[in-house]
Design a protein around this ligand. Structure first.
Ligand code: FAD
Length: 88
């Protein structure tokens, strides 16, 4: 058994969760194809690379958690969303 996507690494809403989940699926498929006779080896390879990807995104999460729970929340989150909407 293994996990992928949000079940393995739930993140703050920084716009990377769906990307990570899709990449996890693709990398899991690649690992299974590379080790057709050894599912355990495939899962171990998948998990090793997934943890590295998820940790890199987690490093960017601190600012989002602050915005969501700081003294000015939820206004700080709304301001972020409004700013993002104006940028697009
Ligand atoms: C408001 C919001 C905005 C977001 N915006 C973005 C964005 O802009 N960009 C981005 O990249 N990510 C965004 N995300 C994050 C993104 O949606 C998730 O990271 C992504 O959907 C995770 O995919 P997943 O397949 O791991 O999980 P999910 O998409 O949650 O899929 C899990 C599925 O399993 C099903 N399920 C649960 N329990 C069972 C069960 N017991 N039996 C059978 N099925 C079950 C659920 O119904 C669901 O369909 C956002 C999330 C939220 C909440």
């Amino acid at each position: 058994m293994t996990l992928l996507g949000d079940a393995a690494h739930l993140r703050a809403p920084n716009g990377e969760g769906a990307n990570l989940a899709m990449q996890d699926g693709a990398e899991l498929g690649r690992a299974l194809a590379a080790h057709p006779e050894d599912v355990e080896a495939a899962l171990a390879e998948h998990e090793r690379s997934m943890f590295v990807r998820a940790a890199a995104v987690e490093a960017d999460d601190d600012g989002f958690y602050s915005i969501m729970i700081d003294d000015d929340a939820p206004h700080s989150l709304l301001a972020l969303m409004a700013g993002a909407a104006q940028d697009s």
